[in-house]
Design a protein around this ligand. Sequence first.
Ligand SMILES: Nc1ncnc2c1ncn2[C@@H]1O[C@H](COP(=O)(O)OP(=O)(O)OP(=O)(O)O)[C@@H](O)[C@H]1O
Ligand SMILES: [Mg+2]
Length: 257
Amino acid sequence: MQRIAVINQAGSVGKTTIATSLGHALALAGRRVTVVDLDPSGQLANGLGIFRAPSKGIDRVMMNGTTLGSVKMAVRDLLSLIPAGAELLQMEDNQTQGATRMQLLRQATEGQLVDQAFVLFDAPSSSALLMMNAIFAADELLIPVTTDSSSLNGAMKTLLLVKRLTPYLEKPVAARILINRYLPRSRDGKAVVEKLEKHFSTLCLETRIREGAAIEACAGIGRTVFEYKPGSHSAREFHELAKELVMLHDRNKPAIV
Ligand SMILES: Nc1ncnc2c1ncn2[C@@H]1O[C@H](COP(=O)(O)OP(=O)(O)OP(=O)(O)O)[C@@H](O)[C@H]1O
Ligand SMILES: [Mg+2]
């Protein structure tokens, strides 16, 4: 099982969009997937058509020891959702002290969801504590970067945060950068890609998600891009992204002797 945190300290870079569309693409490719809404605003649930998400979710799992199984809901074939829960917003008030505060999610999810091929965390940019919990719980970070320079700054800050946390992590966490809202013909787009390739070439995924009208339109109506416009270039790009990630993970899997 691979746990991936979709994360960037910058807001509006497409974290929720990517968690939703990649989650569904992986499920359509035959993998069992659970997406976890770590953002108190609950946008991930909305994007999957759950407009009145249950009040209990990952908040209870992290704070009260509720099992993941009891808050997990099936949302599509092979795709499950763990909603944020009404009390996730109060997470910052949690009185747990020291490093344990950053590891509540890891501790609460360890050894669970083992039948899932992928678990995707939709990390919020609004809470440093929830972001750190996502980093501790993940095997890998997927950092969306758009052609907006603030998203590149956010990505760099996220990588710095990971570096600061590294001494406390049980094992190193991998990071991959995904270029989102790419406009191949725009000057800004080219400039950001050049910068990324100069500084982070080994981290950049080959797949790029272009600006897509279908993506923008489908989120508000609770359908994924595969349901709203399966023939769109955005649907194709998310299939490609799922394929690239599956290939990377299958390649890195230790050989079974
Ligand atoms: N490739 C894309 N093409 C067109 N629109 C996109 C694309 N990616 C994201 N968007 C749009 O950008 C907006 C922000 O996306 P999203 O909510 O996924 O970002 P986020 O990083 O999760 O934001 P936040 O930090 O608030 O959680 C949404 O309206 C979404 O539909
Ligand atoms: Mg979001």
